[in-house]
Design a protein around this ligand. Structure first.
Ligand code: DC
Length: 226
């Protein structure tokens, strides 16, 4: 059977990464975190001292950037040219900057082309904000993962603290999240939105394994033509 393309979209902190990674492992598919690519562009802009307000300059940087993924067992490492930037892109200031550069049409155009090339053969689980709506509008399965803002901020705080940012507080994470949610959902181009044919799943109080189980059941049912 032809391998499927699976899109997992949703706001920050809904648990997309864990679910997408587990799902890809279960299916033997490639996992791609498209948000990491926007973060790579943010890091590149920061290092080149290019402000996110300079849309043309950031777009030009994106077009020349050599962003690539390398698999590391179950996880994935992100490279900018030959440099491993897996940890560097997780800094909180890069999250904010990524949200800003992702509103630039030239940045999106360049990254969407790369994402489509990465998933061209199928057999991929790609997570992001516009995967089901823009990158792979004919994906065989689209999932939109949501959770309450409170639960998302809690999850995000734990992730950030686990990375050693021990001074982060729930209030600061929630404030950043609200600002980012607003920007991601209201930008003119490809705002965060659920595709009309997406399977919507709420992850409040539900573990990632359970969400993956629900997705697998949906895949099985669709393959049986149910
Ligand atoms: O998923 P993340 O938090 O790592 O994403 C970082 C930023 O990139 C997020 O604020 C929105 C943006 N993004 C996007 O616009 N489109 C995607 N497909 C993925 C991420």
């Amino acid at each position: 059977m032809k391998p499927w393309t699976i899109a997992i979209d949703g706001p920050a902190g809904a648990g997309k990464s864990t679910v997408a990674r587990l799902l890809a492992r279960r299916l033997g598919y490639l996992y791609i975190d498209s948000g990491a690519m926007y973060r790579a562009v943010a890091l590149l802009a920061q290092r080149n001292e290019v402000s996110p307000d300079e849309a043309d300059a950031v777009s030009a940087l994106t077009r020349t950037a050599r962003i690539s993924f390398q698999s590391d067992g179950d996880h994935q490492r992100l490279f900018l040219s030959d440099e491993d930037i897996t940890e560097a892109i997780r800094a909180p200031d890069i999250a904010t900057l990524a949200s800003k550069v992702s509103a630039i049409p030239g940045v999106r155009a360049a990254l969407v082309t790369q994402q489509q090339a990465l998933g061209a053969q199928g057999g991929v689980v790609m997570e992001g904000r516009d995967i089901g709506t823009v990158v792979f509008p004919s994906a065989e399965l689209k999932v939109f993962l949501t959770a309450t803002p409170e639960a998302r901020a809690e999850r995000r705080l734990q992730e950030i603290q686990a990375r050693g940012h021990v001074n982060a507080t729930l209030e600061s994470v929630r404030a950043d999240q609200d600002e980012r949610d607003h920007r991601d959902a209201t930008r003119a181009i490809s705002p965060l939105a659920s595709a009309s044919d997406a399977l919507e799943i709420g992850s409040d109080g539900v573990g990632p394994e359970q969400v993956v189980e629900e997705i697998i059941q949906c895949i099985d049912a669709r393959r049986r033509g149910a």
